[in-house]
Design a protein around this ligand. Structure first.
Ligand code: GLU
Length: 469
């Protein structure tokens, strides 16, 4: 059985790149009917917070991920202590009593000589007695892993291919800090091994860590898993996607009114392409059935915000059901301060779902359907100041009293008014539009009148007449 995992550190919002890693790891496990694990890597007690952990979990769930097992590293310190002990006992690791000042001194010397710094290995040669007496004196110490000399660590990455790294300049690295907390490269191995992870799928920024981890797997006699390092995601300017590129967290997109399935779908296409070319709109189920690591491109993917936006529009227009769309849209209306009835929202969206790409834009565009009060733009005001507009509104008010309102009816009335007053179609429609929406562009008056209750149409007409004085 394959077992994969996603192992975020709760030190910030879920970044799009990490979300993609989570999705690929998830799709891989589900494709092979395996197990998917979520593991919170919170050994760095200073940078990790419960708030970030909660948000990570919420955002992963929002994206549509689920997991079979859940772990939190901060609850597993006993296990790590035991394995660190084993490494010390088997001679693969040793306590290091060097002080911060001593290490700084070493670093400076290396700098002066112009050679890359690595720990001298000074404490490697301490005798058992020396170690005991330092400990008795209460000297703080770290535990370092003994990096073998002259070793080239080799692995076959499932995406990047053959990788060989000489570990000579690593220096013996710390696996347990002086405050007793274990470090990433060490705990990741203990956890992946004990959790039975068969495939480690993560960002390529972890390639330099992999040889260190392989050395620890070997020292603990654990089976080395397969590695798949995903290419980075770049911004349009071809530099690594980061805050400089604007919104880069899942939460940003959620708040902007993106549909989770659309974001999920788009992220999948960053660096992966379906075997059958040309198809882009894919459901989670389809993605599970066709996803293979073999189809991941080994070169970086470029994040294209416009494309994501377009895809979100496709989901809003034609992929999600109307009911789902209403569910997604309601909270946005509420947070914009509108008190609205679900049924009414449904009738509005049925007519207008093809006119916006994000839910937030939808709220803005559909304001005339929901706002209590319409405020007029400058352009609308100049139309209202036009004498013909008054005549149009007065006539419209009269005609509308007797009919049942609909888009078709409004078109017919507009034509009549045009004829009776000898105006151009444009003059009539501009006046109606200015009165009903407060603007000269945006949602169509006929569509608006298909749904807007007649008493509100009348109210807006009266308000405009009052405005005109
Ligand atoms: N906590 C690490 C990170 O967020 C996990 C890396 C890994 O998957 O091994 O980058």
């Amino acid at each position: 059985m394959v077992i994969s995992r996603f192992a975020p550190s709760p030190t910030g919002y879920l970044h799009l790149g990490n979300a993609r890693t989570a999705i690929f790891s998830y799709l891989f496990a589900r494709h092979y009917g395996g197990k998917f694990i979520l593991r919170i890597e919170d050994t760095d007690r200073e940078r990790s917070t419960k708030e970030f952990e909660n948000m990570l979990i919420e955002d992963l769930k929002w994206l549509g991920l689920d997991w079979d097992e859940f772990y939190r590293q901060s609850e597993r310190f006993d296990i790590y202590r035991e394995y660190a002990q084993r490494l010390v006992e088997s001679g693969h690791a040793y306590p290091c009593f060097c002080t911060v000042e001593e290490l700084e001194e070493e670093r400076k010397k290396a700098e002066e000589k112009g050679v890359p710094y690595r720990y001298s290995g000074k404490c490697r040669v301490l005798t058992r007695e020396e170690v005991e007496s330092f400990k008795e004196d209460g000297k703080p110490y770290t535990i370092r892993f003994k990096v073998p000399e002259g070793r080239v660590v080799v692995f076959e990455d499932l995406i990047k291919g053959h990788i060989a790294i000489n570990v000579d300049d690593f220096g013996d690295f710390v696996i347990v800090r002086s405050d007793g907390t274990p470090t990433y490269n060490f705990v990741v191995v203990v956890d992946d091994a004990l959790m039975g992870v068969t495939h480690v799928i993560r960002g390529e920024d972890h390639i330099p860590n992999t040889p260190k981890q392989i050395l620890i797997y070997e020292a603990l006699n654990f089976q080395v898993p397969k590695f798949a390092h995903l290419p980075v995601i770049l911004g349009e300017d071809r530099s690594k996607l980061s805050k400089r590129h604007g919104a880069v967290s899942v939460r940003n997109y959620r708040e902007e009114g993106y549909i989770p399935e659309a974001l999920f779908n788009y992220l999948c296409l960053l660096g992966w392409s379906p075997p059958e070319e040309g198809r882009e709109i894919l459901s989670k189920e389809e993605l599970i059935s066709i996803f293979r690591l073999e189809d991941i491109n080994s070169s970086p993917a470029v994040f294209n915000k416009e494309k994501l936006r377009w895809m979100n529009g496709v989901y809003i227009r034609e992929v999600v059901s109307l009911e789902r769309l209403v569910d997604e849209f309601m909270p946005f209306l509420e947070s914009a301060g509108y008190k609205v009835d679900r049924d009414y929202v449904k009738r509005v969206l049925e007519k207008t779902r093809d006119s916006f790409d994000t839910l937030k834009d939808g709220v803005e565009r559909l304001k005339p359907f929901f706002a209590e009060e319409i405020s007029y733009s400058e352009e609308a005001i100049s139309v209202l100041e036009n004498e013909t507009s008054r005549a149009v509104i007065e006539s419209f008010l009269q005609k509308v009293q007797e009919v049942e309102l609909s888009g078709e009816k409004v078109k017919a009335i507009a034509k009549e008014i045009q004829k009776e007053l000898g105006l151009k179609a444009k003059d009539v429609w501009h006046a109606l539009r200015a009165v009903l929406t407060g603007e000269l562009e945006g949602v169509g008056v006929d569509i608006l009148c298909d749904v807007l209750p007649k008493e509100i149409v009348i109210k807006r007409m009266l308000k405009a007449l009052q405005f005109m004085g």
